[in-house]
Ligand binder design. Structure first.
Ligand code: HEM
Length: 278
């Protein structure tokens, strides 16, 4: 009996990529940071962090895209007017961090690792495509849902300020544009070895995003392992911010002096009552 072929991979690169990244996509969606986000439990602090990381990532990605725009292994995917995010992210940075945002924005370890990889593949051969695919097609898909969630959770103006990154004014229909992008990917000519490397790099790109989410979650101090997201607001009251950005401190846990004064008053009152009774 004939065994199923191990390389029953779809012929079209777009199909092969979708298939190969299915598992890591689920992992990305289920990363604690994304889980909180999807439930509308994104805070200003968390949103500012992820947006700053995206700024660094897109600066590197688009720098490498510009460097390779005439390279036949990338040229069919070159859509600067429709896709490029740097200018939008600069506006978002100014919104979230103020006019001196360039000095103010964080640059985390996982972001640096991602940026390093983008420059490595940008100077190598043929691997910009999978990074562009992973980010831009993601932004045109789940990204559109995240935009609406962020606007609601963070009480942002419906005019789109603060979430410019998620807005693609030159893409009339995300669905149609994604179809065009996929068909362009399918015109790229490559050897089976290069095709395999492209697929592996797309998975690596997803993993870099997952590692970023894990790092950001850690920075936010929310240990997702032993708490379900639905418990987050209560359990993490000292860390979360209100939609307007005002902290909601637990006064007693945040002010040891107050706790100490209350305890002392209680002891003094008890002694006084004791003396009075005697
Ligand atoms: C809350 C998290 C996310 C949600 C809800 C989400 C949702 C979706 C949905 C519904 C699609 C299918 C769209 C379609 O078939 O046209 C999609 C596609 C895609 N997503 Fe996500 N996504 C999330 C996170 C991510 C992340 C973190 C990445 C990578 C950085 C990503 C990358 C992609 C890519 C590359 C595609 C296109 C797949 C293809 O058609 O080849 N997604 N996403």
């Amino acid at each position: 009996m004939e065994r199923p072929q191990p390389d029953s991979m779809p012929q079209d690169l777009s199909e092969a990529l979708k298939e190969a990244t299915k598992e890591v996509h689920v992992q990305a969606e289920n990363a604690a940071f994304m889980n909180y986000f999807q439930k509308g439990q994104v805070t200003r602090k968390g949103f500012k962090l992820v947006m700053a990381s995206l700024y660094h990532i897109y600066v590197a990605l688009e720098e490498e895209i510009e460097r390779n725009k005439e390279n036949p292994v990338y040229a069919p995917l070159y859509f600067p007017e429709e896709l490029h995010r740097r200018a939008a992210l600069e506006r978002d940075m100014a919104f979230w961090y103020g006019p001196r945002w360039e000095d103010a924005i964080p640059y985390t370890q996982a972001t640096r690792r991602y940026v390093r990889r983008l420059h490595e593949v940008g100077r190598g051969r043929g691997l910009r495509g999978p990074h562009a695919y992973t980010r831009y097609l993601g932004d045109l898909s789940g990204g559109q849902v995240l935009k609406k969630i962020a606007q609601k959770a963070l009480d942002l103006p419906s005019s789109g300020e603060g979430v410019d990154f998620f807005t693609f004014p030159n893409v009339a229909s995300a669905t149609k544009f994604k179809q065009l992008y996929r068909s362009r990917m399918n015109t790229l000519e490559m050897t089976p070895e290069v095709r395999q490397r492209v697929i592996e790099e797309a998975k690596a790109a997803f993993l870099l995003n997952i590692q970023l989410f894990e790092e950001l979650q850690e920075l936010l101090g929310q240990d997702a392992e032993d708490q379900s997201p639905s418990q987050a607001p209560g359990l993490h009251a000292a860390l979360t911010e209100t939609p307007r950005g005002k902290p909601q401190p637990n006064l007693l846990s945040q002010a040891p002096l107050l706790r100490w004064v209350l305890t002392l008053s209680f002891v003094v009152a008890t002694v006084a009552v004791g003396l009075y009774v005697m």
